[in-house]
Design a protein. Structure first.
Length: 260
């Protein structure tokens, strides 16, 4: 009986594929996915960490450039060229979904500029999707007061608030929540703040649907695409991680990376 039960659970387990969107052009760092770290392109480090979580057969790089494609395929990885011009990583994932050899239940959208992403965080996202009411899952981390008020105030670091079930209420480049009864110098020790990490998991039908949504007012104001999804009524579950991953936005960021 235990063996039959185990097999039935395995059969019902949702299929998951990670897609890593990677474009060659970048205003601040052209060719960023191919920047070398410890002798390998940055995009390959992201690929390998995703493979540790989901298995190599379940990881794909979606790119607009043959150089990135070859960097993955010559190392035995899976990669494809986008079939059309896209505006963002989420749209590139939606485009790639139609080219995959099999259609999964869940798509994890990984950032190609986070070579230190913890495989456990990828599984954390997938686990958050076990609640059937969740359309999208994303990562956030608690802001630590020692990081200082200036880091919290940085508009380049989006913040998120969520309800008691960890469903997102709002994302903002401003500080949320506003702590009314305390001087701003005391805010970091007077309330809990959470930094949005920006890695996502989508149900496949949701990913296809949001790719056709027009820009929303809040999205246009804050320049945060996840607000488009909230305004459209999708439920975004926030999974908390204790990891503080480093994204590579500039050549200077690259110098801080130490891949183990």
């Amino acid at each position: 009986m235990q063996i039959h039960y185990f097999c039935r659970m395995e059969m019902n387990k949702p299929s998951v594929i990670a897609i890593i969107p990677a474009r060659y052009g970048s205003t601040r760092f052209p060719g960023k996915p191919l920047a070398m770290i410890a002798g390998e392109p940055m995009i390959w480090h992201v690929y390998r960490r995703a493979a540790l979580a989901l298995g190599e057969q379940n990881v794909w790089v979606a790119t607009d450039d043959n150089r990135i494609l070859e960097a993955i395929t010559t190392r035995g990885g899976n990669a494809l060229i986008s079939s059309r011009p896209v505006d963002c990583g989420t749209d590139r994932c939606a485009d790639a979904l139609d080219q995959l050899p099999r259609r999964p239940d869940i798509v994890v959208n990984l950032q190609g500029d986070e070579p230190l992403i913890d495989p456990a965080d990828i599984n954390l996202l997938v686990n958050a999707m076990s609640d059937k009411s969740v359309d999208i899952a994303t990562l956030a981390r608690r802001f630590h007061p020692t990081e200082g008020f200036e880091a919290l105030f940085d508009p380049g670091t989006p913040k998120v608030t969520f309800d008691s079930r960890h469903n997102a209420l709002y994302f903002s480049r401003s500080i949320i929540p506003y702590v009314r009864d305390h001087d701003w110098k005391q805010w970091t020790t007077s309330a809990d703040f959470h930094i949005h990490v920006g890695t996502y998991a989508f149900r496949t039908d949701v990913l296809s649907a949001i790719a056709s949504l027009p820009p929303s007012p809040l999205e246009q104001a804050e320049k945060l695409e996840q607000l488009r999804w909230l305004e459209a009524g999708y439920r975004i579950r926030v999974a908390l991680t204790a990891n503080h991953s480093i994204s590579v936005d500039t050549p200077d960021d690259l110098k801080r990376i130490q891949v183990k």
